[in-house]
Design a binder for this molecule. Structure first.
Ligand code: GN1
Ligand code: MG
Length: 361
């Protein structure tokens, strides 16, 4: 069987008894390979989507450098684990089979991830792990990283792509989403503020994860955050991309693709906990302007995703995997609803950030 043939290319211990699809990613295909011997690790095997990640060798080299750096920097004080790449038998970071790129990581036994956060304590713990990840990479030589997805979170360009998709309207869907398009346009200038500050050199560029949705942090059986995963998009960015994506995904009371918008509610208690956890890990390395804009970043990241899902819906679902016809539209509506709520609560949100950062904003 093909999958076994691929597994056998990697330098694994023990013997694999069973391989099953795993996780809820929208881009790559992930499998968990179970070991017959409990004392040996299980493995995560992934087929990388190279329509999205055009330069797989550079991406894997980024991950190797970043995980090495975290291991070196993660003193006992920080106590964070990192992804462990399993190399191929001939020492490569991935293997190519026909047109597909495959890679492997060790599976972290006894851990879990949450698509929807249940308690403020979980939000705190996951945020502390994300903040620690950010901190541990703050002295990484950024020039060594390849920019694998240029302008990934640039909302100015994402809005241009949306306008083009509306104009082209290849699937005749634009008339169905007039309300969503109007909402996106109405708050566009506010949502571009952070990116303009970045482009103007006011917000410092840093090594960021860029996909800190909450299910990309592993918590142990006591709900302690122990390892940040999915390092495909580690690139130069700004703290707001990471903090914002964490807020987008930890404060939403509903799933990312919830169809009942009544269930989509911004949870202030989880916002407080996430903010405290993140800042406990890295408040001392952030500048005043970075802290000042943390409050808006949750709205920005929800907005970026809302815009991207809407664009993909209009283009005929060419980027994200979907499970049903309106899946991208459902995702977009949920994200735009969250954007609306986070934008409306800015005054309270700013107060929380001020209090948790000990900064007078
Ligand atoms: C994608 O790889 P995955 O499924 O975790 C996407 C992120 C979005 C996310 C939405 C490379 O992440 O930007 O936030 O879906 N990754 C890429 O769930 O586009
Ligand atoms: Mg990802």
């Amino acid at each position: 069987m093909k999958i076994n043939k691929i597994i056998n290319q990697f330098d694994i211990s023990g013997e694999i008894q069973d391989t099953q699809p795993f996780g809820s990613g929208y881009i790559n295909d992930t499998y968990r390979a179970k070991n017959t011997d409990n004392a040996q690790p299980d493995y995560l095997l992934q087929r990388v989507n190279h329509e999205v990640f055009k330069d797989v060798p550079a991406m894997m080299e980024n991950i190797r450098m970043v995980t090495d750096h975290i291991k070196k920097n993660s003193s006992l004080d920080w106590n964070q684990e990192t992804l462990e790449i399993v190399k191929t038998i001939d020492g490569q970071l991935f293997t190519k089979h026909h047109d597909d790129y495959w890679r492997m990581f060790e599976f972290k036994k006894g851990t879990k991830s949450y698509d929807v956060v249940e308690t403020p304590e979980q939000a705190y713990q996951g945020a502390f792990a994300f903040g620690t990840f950010f901190r541990l990479l703050s002295d990484f030589p950024a020039e060594k990283l390849t920019d694998t997805l240029p302008e990934f979170h640039n909302i100015i360009l994402r809005l241009e792509a949306l306008e083009k998709a509306v104009k082209d309207d290849v699937r005749g869907r634009a008339s169905k989403v007039k309300e969503e398009i109007d909402f996106v346009r109405a708050i566009a200038s506010l949502m571009c503020e952070i990116e303009h500050l970045k482009l103007g050199g006011k917000i410092p560029l840093r090594v960021t994860h860029n996909d800190t949705k909450f299910n990309n942090v592993l918590l142990d059986e006591n709900d302690k955050g122990i390892c940040v995963i999915d390092l495909d998009t580690v690139m130069l960015g700004i703290v707001h991309y990471d903090f914002g994506d964490g807020i987008r995904t930890s404060t939403n009371t509903a799933k990312e693709d919830e169809t009942d918008l009544q269930l989509v509610n911004f949870d202030m208690k989880k916002f407080e906990a996430f903010t405290e956890g993140y800042l406990d890990a890295c408040r001392d390395i952030l500048t005043t302007i970075e802290i000042e804009y943390l409050g808006l970043s949750g709205a920005l990241l929800a907005y970026i995703m809302g815009v991207r899902f809407l664009t993909d819906y209009l283009m005929g679902d060419v980027y994200y995997k979907i499970d049903h016809e309106n899946h991208n539209l459902d995702r977009s509506r949920t994200q735009l609803e969250l954007t609306r709520q986070i934008t409306e609560r800015q005054k309270d949100i700013k107060n929380v950030v001020a209090q948790k950062s000990s900064l007078v904003l």
